[in-house]
Design a protein around this ligand. Structure first.
Ligand code: M6R
Length: 369
């Protein structure tokens, strides 16, 4: 049942190429026209919405953060991302012109279910992105887009996260298509790049030993920081969450630009810092700013572990360790850059002799508020 792996988590990390491929399967025709028939929501209603609010918790909320960058860029619709348990208690502004998207692997997270019910009471249109057929959240939503990651057993979410990002991107492209914000050819190109992602994840998995040796060497570490910018920011937060929940190590993810506003004071000799570097082929200023951030922490004694694109020659000089991810579009990078961070947390927890599938104090689905 663990497919020859020592833990469900390792198996699920290795299921990720399939999870992304299956979530993409059958959603578009040969010309790249998306047909999300299963949505059960009138396309006209989707055309008329003026804002999107995405509600989720934990890892699913980081998928929502990633989605915001893509959906706003492609559709020019404002997207707010909020933790489900914060949303309900602050008198949020939602109404019939709002599309409330919930993201949940289990479909049973009580915080998200209650937030969904609240949004419905306010008259919002609701859409669930969910991995569990027939669970409460999709059942109570107007529309549903299933992720096809297959059952996720390990408490720490991995393949569901990648499938969630994939599904939110399909939604974003579908809305862009409905609202005429992207040309059909552009949508087709993005879908073609997404279709290449599974093979690129496979390439990363084949080089997992590079990450596992680092994790073993770092097994006595007590604190790790993660930095990212743009879509790399939620990836940094997800890398930190994986390490907290699996290896019980204090970890924090920051927006790299926030460093000088406080967190840089944490850096002293030997502090490990992971940096998720955007593509040098994307927005040049963003890449060079992150490279400067690596320099800044390195100059203050940090140990710098860098996730960078193949062929990015700028990072080598300031990095103690570099893991290369294959080239892809900036917006698709999270689907690759998070994978070494998942492997790192899993391997470090394993090296400490911890139960990676069932970390202490946690449940797979949080069905209480
Ligand atoms: O089932 P859900 O996606 O609604 O669960 C949300 C969170 O509880 C979940 O992602 C949690 O943070 C995981 N333990 C993360 O690995």
């Amino acid at each position: 049942e663990k497919g020859g792996f020592d833990s469900f988590m390792e198996k699920e990390i290795h299921d990720q190429p399939q999870a992304v491929a299956d979530t993409l399967l059958g959603r578009a025709d040969a010309s790249g026209r998306l047909e999300l028939d299963e949505l059960r929501i009138d396309p006209q209603e989707l055309k008329d919405i003026s804002k999107i609010v995405v509600l989720a918790c934990g890892t699913s909320a980081y998928a929502a953060h990633v989605a915001k960058y893509a959906i706003e860029h492609w559709c020019r619709i404002p997207v707010d991302v909020e933790l489900s348990h914060e949303f309900r208690y602050r008198d949020p502004i939602v109404g019939p012109d709002t599309l409330v998207v919930t993201i949940s692997q289990s479909g049973e997270t009580m915080d998200t279910l209650m937030a969904l019910r609240y949004a419905k009471e306010q008259g919002a249109r609701t859409l669930a992105i969910c991995n569990t057929n027939g669970s409460s959240i999709p059942r109570e939503s107007d529309a549903v887009l299933y992720t096809h990651a297959g059952p996720e057993i390990a408490v720490a979410s991995t393949k569901a996260f990648l499938a969630q990002i994939t599904a939110t991107y399909l939604l974003g492209l579908y809305l862009a298509q409905l609202r005429g914000k992207l040309f059909q050819g552009e949508i087709k190109d993005i879908l073609a790049d997404m279709a290449d992602i599974p093979a690129k994840i496979q390439d990363i998995l084949e080089r997992k030993d590079e990450v596992i040796s680092l994790a073993h060497a770092m097994k006595d570490t007590t604190s790790v920081l993660f930095l990212g910018r743009h879509v790399g920011f939620p990836v940094a937060m997800e890398g930190a969450l994986k390490l907290k929940e699996l290896a019980y190590i204090h970890a924090e993810g920051f927006a790299a630009g926030e460093l000088k506003h406080g967190p840089i004071a944490l850096i002293d000799e030997g502090q490990p810092v992971f940096v998720v570097v955007p593509s040098p082929r994307g927005r040049h200023s963003m890449h060079s700013k992150v490279v400067s951030n690596i320099q800044e922490v390195r100059a203050r004694g940090a140990r710098t572990m860098v996730i960078a694109e193949e062929g990015d020659t700028a990072v080598g000089e300031f990095a103690e360790w570099v893991f290369r991810v294959p080239e892809t579009k900036t917006l698709l990078m999270p689907l690759l850059s998070v994978v070494p961070l998942q492997i790192f947390a899993c391997a470090l927890a394993g090296a400490k002799g911890l139960n990676v599938d069932q970390p202490r104090n946690l449940a797979k689905s949080v069905t209480v508020e």
